[in-house]
Design a protein around this ligand. Structure first.
Ligand code: FEO
Length: 391
């Protein structure tokens, strides 16, 4: 548990969860995560910005008590998801004088999900202000980054912005201030890929809004605090841009190496033509690595074996994950191998349809090991991708 001064009368009071291995039971965590909470001591009122993931509630409240917090006027809740709001009922029990301050959507979520009484919640409007005496909080609604209820809190006198999940990272630290490193950038990208990429256009919009605010510090609800906001904002500008990179992502599942050999062949042809590739073994690979590659990819080539008369279930799952992450990729191809017969691609095509990917060639369904004519078709797929990437 941390208690660290960030600026005079502003303290970090969150904690590292070094042992957490998965987030949302979906993406593996390489560096654990942190649940950030902040204490703001105004000359007249005291506020907490965001609370704690429920399994750590007791530790969180004990930390506040041990650091002399005896009274809380406001609990500012930027977002209703329980990794930040889950401790509110316990916090209200310990500090019964406190009032939760939030927007109407978070208020509704706190009431319906955590049964927080509406009488304990004060709702605010977009850009509304709340005085703590010598510090003024301003609430900036940011719907869709990433929940409809998300908002930011800005402290005017300090020119610092609490951005909720936006601009965060699954990362742990001894000192709350970000030290730029490849590892931190990697964690922030992995976090963006899972949590923010489905809302890329909103993230793009709010990246610009935050840039224009010219704040002195960004304080997200996961990962370190940025004293140099441009570090993370420049990364978000790149990740949210409409222009994908010269990268082909090839997720595949292969029971007897036929689909794998097709994937390998295609990847080698593309690499020879100067296109970067990322092959992803669906069964044994790390889903976070795939998600990160999808942040940049122009083209997705999905390879699958057949199980019974349809695509391998693991490839169906990956198609679904890709469809909900909504990468900016523009092109796709489907390849695979079967044994006795069936349809490999109908279901996968349906799942990917919302992405409106431009299929560069007819799906290639090969019986058993690819033959000479199949390699010719793979050459045609490679040529079509190379042509698209020239654009
Ligand atoms: Fe970290 Fe959307 O909660």
């Amino acid at each position: 548990m941390h208690f660290q001064e960030i600026k005079p009368d502003i303290f970090y009071c969150g904690l590292n969860d070094c042992g957490r291995k998965m987030f949302d039971e979906l993406i593996p965590l390489e560096n654990g995560t942190s649940y950030n909470s902040f204490l703001i001591k105004g000359s007249e009122k005291t506020a907490i910005i965001d609370t704690m993931y429920p399994p750590f509630t007791d530790e969180y409240i004990k930390n506040l008590e041990e650091n002399g917090v005896e009274h809380i006027d406001y609990i500012i809740e930027n977002h209703g998801e329980q990794d930040h709001s889950g401790s509110i009922p316990a916090l209200l029990e310990r500090f019964p004088e406190a009032v939760v301050v939030t927007n109407p959507k978070v208020a509704e979520n706190l009431n319906s999900m955590l049964h927080v009484s509406p009488e304990k919640i004060k709702t605010v409007g977009n850009n509304e202000e709340l005085s703590l005496g010598d510090k003024t909080l301003q609430f900036i609604f940011a719907p869709g980054v990433h929940w409809p209820d998300t908002m930011f809190t800005y402290i005017k006198e300090d020119n610092i912005l609490f951005t909720c999940d936006f601009l965060g990272a699954h990362y742990t630290f001894d000192d709350v201030f970000a030290v730029p490193s490849q590892e931190l950038e990697h964690s922030a990208k992995r976090y963006y890929a899972e949590i923010m990429m489905p809302f890329r256009m909103m993230c793009k919009k709010y990246t610009q809004i935050v840039k224009d605010m010219n704040v002195d510090m960004i304080l997200p609800s996961h990962g370190p605090v940025y004293k140099n906001p441009e570090i993370i904002l420049d990364l978000y500008e790149d990740w949210t841009s409409d222009t994908p990179k010269n990268l082909v992502v090839l997720p595949y599942v292969s029971m007897y190496d036929s689909t794998k050999s097709m994937t390998d062949y295609l990847a080698e042809k593309l690499e020879t033509a100067g296109i970067k590739t990322y092959k992803h073994d669906i069964v044994n690979g790390d889903l976070g690595d795939l998600a990160m590659a999808l942040v940049d990819a122009s083209t997705i080539v999905l390879g699958t074996s057949m199980v019974l008369a349809g695509p391998h279930p693991a490839s169906v799952n990956i198609a679904y994950v890709v469809s909900i992450l909504r990468p900016k990729a523009k092109f796709a191809a489907l390849i695979g191998s079967y044994g006795w017969g069936g349809k490999l691609f109908d279901l996968i095509g349906q799942i990917l349809a919302p992405l409106k990917l431009d299929m560069v060639a007819e799906p290639l369904q090969v019986k058993g090991k690819p033959k000479t004519e199949d390699y010719k078709k793979l050459d045609e797929i490679a040529d079509a991708i190379i042509e698209k990437h020239k654009q």
